[in-house]
Design a protein around this ligand. Structure first.
Ligand code: NDP
Length: 363
C-alpha cells in the first residue's frame, strides 16, 4: 500500500469504528430491493436534476416526496408513480416512521430549513442526505450531526463534485504530487442572480449570499486538493447593488492559508457569469479545470501536456448510489455531516473577517 491509499484506508477504518450502530442497514439489500429515497422540497434542483438521476441509480429509487405545494404532489405522483401513503408535507413528515418504503430522506429545501427537515427525518428513523451548505451556522450543523447520530442513522452532504472524475483527477494530481508540491490555488465561482424575490437573497433562509451558495465550491476545492483545513482566512466584500443585495453578500474575495503552506485565493459572486474554475500552481507546473463545478462538461489542462477530460456519468446518481452503498454495506460516507460542518466553520470565519476588516485565525 502506498502512503496515500494507506492513509485513506486508516482514515476510513477509523471513521467506521467511530460510527454509531446503524439500525436497519442491510435490510434493503437482504430484501433484494433498492433503498427508497424521499425528496424533501420539490424545487429546481430536485425537479431538474435529482428526480431524473434517481431513474438512473442502481441502489436506490424515488419512493416518496415531502412538499408544501399540493399541486406539485399531484404532478409528481403522476410522473413517478408515487403511492399516496408516501406523499408528505413538512408538518406530516414525522409519519414516515411507519413507512418502510422510505429509507433515505434527501433534503433539498432552502439552507436555513435543512436542520428542521433533517431532524424530522432522523426522528422518523430515516437516513439523511442533505444539500449544501449543510446549514447556516456551525451550531445548527452540529445539532444535525448529533440528531442523526442519536437516531443511529447516517448523514451525508450533497457534495456531488466529490464523485466527479475530473475533480477527482485533480485531487490525485495534487495528493500524488504528480507536478510537484501544491503551492497556490486560484478558485472562483459565480453567476448573475436574477429574480430579486428569491430565498437566496433573504438572509433568514439563505444564511448568506454568493459565499454560502457558490463560494463553498471554491472552499471545497482547496480542502479537497490539500486534504487540509485552513488555519487562516482574510476576506472582503464588494457590493454594487445595495438594494438587491441588502440582506446578503454579492461578491466576496478571500484568501486562505493551509498548514502545509498552500495558499488559496477565491472570488464568489452573484453579479457576473463566466466565473467557474480553478487553477493549481505547483513547484513543477500547474493543472486547472475550466469550467469546474458544473453538472457536466468539466474539463481542464495540465502543464505537462495532457488534457483533463474524463467522460462523466450523472453526478447525482453517482453520489446517491454511493450513499446507498455505504448504508447497505455499513461503510462511512466520503461526504459526512462533519465535512459540511467544517465548511460552514470556514465560511463563518470568512464572514467574521469581512465584518472585522482583518484576518481571522482558525486555530
Ligand atoms: P428552489 O427554490 O428551486 O427549491 C427549494 C424548494 O424548497 C421549494 O421549491 C419548496 O418546495 C421548498 N421550500 C420549503 N419551504 C420553502 C420556503 N420557505 N421558501 C422557498 N422554498 C421552500 O431551490 P434549489 O432547488 O435551487 O435549492 C435547494 C437546495 O439545494 C439549497 O440548499 C441549495 O443550496 C442546494 N443546491 C445544490 C446544488 C448542487 O449542485 N448540489 C445546486 C442547486 C441548489 P415545495 O414547493 O415542494 O415545498
Amino acid at each position: 500500500m502506498t502512503q496515500t491509499p494507506r492513509r485513506q484506508f486508516l482514515a476510513r477504518t477509523a471513521a467506521l469504528a467511530a460510527m454509531p450502530l446503524l439500525s436497519g442497514i442491510g435490510n434493503a439489500q437482504n430484501a433484494g430491493r433498492k433503498l427508497g429515497v424521499a425528496l424533501c422540497g420539490l424545487g429546481n434542483l430536485a425537479t431538474k436534476q435529482i428526480a431524473p438521476a434517481l431513474l438512473k441509480t442502481r441502489f436506490c429509487r424515488l419512493a416518496g416526496i415531502v412538499t408544501g405545494t399540493p399541486a406539485k404532489a399531484v404532478d409528481w405522483q403522476k410522473k413517478y408513480g408515487i403511492a399516496d401513503k408516501s406523499v408528505y408535507n413538512y408538518q406530516t413528515m414525522h409519519q414516515m416512521a411507519s413507512n418502510p418504503d422510505i429509507d433515505i430522506v434527501y433534503v433539498v429545501t432552502p439552507n436555513a430549513l435543512h436542520m428542521e427537515h433533517t431532524l424530522a427525518a432522523a426522528a422518523a428513523g430515516k437516513h439523511v442526505y442533505c444539500e449544501k451548505p449543510l446549514e447556516i451556522s456551525v451550531e445548527r450543523c452540529q445539532r444535525m450531526i448529533d440528531g442523526v447520530k442519536k437516531a443511529g442513522k447516517m448523514l451525508g452532504v450533497g457534495y456531488r463534485l466529490q464523485f466527479e472524475p475530473n475533480h477527482m483527477e485533480c485531487v490525485r494530481l495534487a495528493r500524488e504530487k504528480v507536478l510537484g508540491d501544491l503551492k497556490i490555488i486560484d478558485a472562483n465561482f459565480g453567476f448573475a442572480i436574477d429574480d430579486p424575490t428569491q430565498w437566496r437573497l433573504k438572509r433568514a433562509l439563505a444564511g448568506g449570499g454568493s459565499l454560502m451558495d457558490v463560494g463553498i465550491y471554491c472552499l471545497q476545492t482547496a480542502r479537497m486538493l490539500t486534504g487540509e483545513e485552513p488555519v487562516w482566512v482574510n476576506a472582503s466584500e464588494v457590493k454594487t447593488d445595495a438594494v438587491k443585495f441588502k440582506e446578503v453578500d454579492e461578491t466576496v474575495l478571500w484568501q486562505a492559508r493551509f498548514p502545509s503552506g498552500v495558499v488559496s485565493n477565491s472570488v464568489s459572486t452573484y453579479s457576473a457569469n463566466g466565473l467557474a474554475g480553478f487553477r493549481a500552481a505547483t513547484t513543477r507546473g500547474w493543472f486547472s479545470l475550466d469550467p469546474a463545478y458544473f453538472y457536466n462538461g468539466n474539463r481542464g489542462r495540465r502543464s505537462d501536456g495532457p488534457e483533463i477530460n474524463i467522460p462523466v456519468s450523472d453526478q447525482f446518481a453517482t453520489e446517491l448510489d454511493d450513499f446507498a452503498d455505504c448504508i447497505i454495506n455499513k461503510k462511512p460516507t466520503k461526504v459526512p455531516g462533519e465535512m459540511g460542518l467544517a465548511d460552514v466553520k470556514v465560511l463563518m470565519a470568512i464572514y467574521e473577517s469581512i465584518k472585522k476588516g482583518r484576518p481571522v485565525s482558525l486555530v
